[in-house]
Design a protein around this ligand. Structure first.
Ligand code: RB5
Length: 167
C-alpha cells in the first residue's frame, strides 16, 4: 500500500529492503528550462533510499508552459496528497509566483543554503523552488537535502503563518 504522507510505511516497494521503512514521498516538476536539473534532483533523491519521487513532468526539453506544471503540483500539495514538492524552471520566478496562489502552499524560491534552511525553519515552506539558469547543480542538490531534512521551528513562526491565511 502506498500512502501519500510523510512517515507512513510503504510496504509495496518491491526493491526496498525493509517493509517497515518509512519513506518521504516527494512530488517534483519542471518546465523545459528546468528539465535537466529536475532529472538530476530526481536521480539524487532516488539514490538516497529515503524518498519516493513522483515526477509530474515535463519529460523532455520541448518548449512548455511553467504555469501548467506549477498548478498541478500546487494542487497536490494544497489537497494534502504530498507534504513536500520541488519545482524548477529557468529562473524559479514563474513557478514560485504560480504555486503561491494556492492556499496552504508555501513555495520558497531559494538560491543558497541559508534560504533553503530558513524556508523550512521559519516559513514551513512545503515547496522548494529553484532556477536552473541561476544556480549550480552541486548547490541545488545540497539545498534539496537541507530543505527535506530541516524541521519547522513552530512557536512564533506558526502564529505568523496563521496570519497569512487570515489575510
Ligand atoms: C522559460 O524560458 C522561462 O521563462 C521559465 O522557465 C521561467 O524562468 C519563468 O519564470
Amino acid at each position: 500500500m502506498i500512502t501519500h504522507h510523510w512517515s507512513y510505511p510503504i510496504s509495496a516497494i518491491a526493491d526496498r529492503n525493509s517493509a517497515e521503512k518509512n519513506f518521504m514521498e516527494i512530488i517534483i516538476g519542471s518546465d523545459h528550462a528546468g528539465f535537466d536539473l529536475k532529472e538530476a534532483c530526481k536521480a539524487h533523491l532516488e539514490s538516497l533510499d529515503d524518498y519516493i519521487v513522483r515526477d509530474i513532468g515535463v519529460f523532455n526539453k520541448d518548449s512548455s508552459d511553467y504555469p501548467k506544471v506549477a498548478q498541478k503540483l500546487a494542487r497536490s500539495i494544497a489537497d494534502g496528497k504530498y507534504s513536500h514538492g520541488i519545482l524548477i524552471c529557468g529562473s524559479g520566478l514563474g513557478m514560485s509566483i504560480v504555486a503561491n496562489r494556492y492556499k496552504g502552499v508555501r513555495a520558497a524560491l531559494c538560491h543558497n543554503l541559508y534560504l533553503a534552511r530558513m524556508a523550512r525553519m521559519h516559513n514551513d515552506a512545503n515547496v522548494l523552488v529553484m532556477g536552473e539558469r541561476v544556480i549550480g547543480w552541486g548547490l541545488a542538490l545540497e539545498m534539496v537535502d537541507l530543505f527535506l531534512k530541516t524541521p519547522f521551528e513552530g512557536g512564533r513562526h506558526k502564529l505568523r503563518l496563521d496570519l497569512i491565511d487570515k489575510g
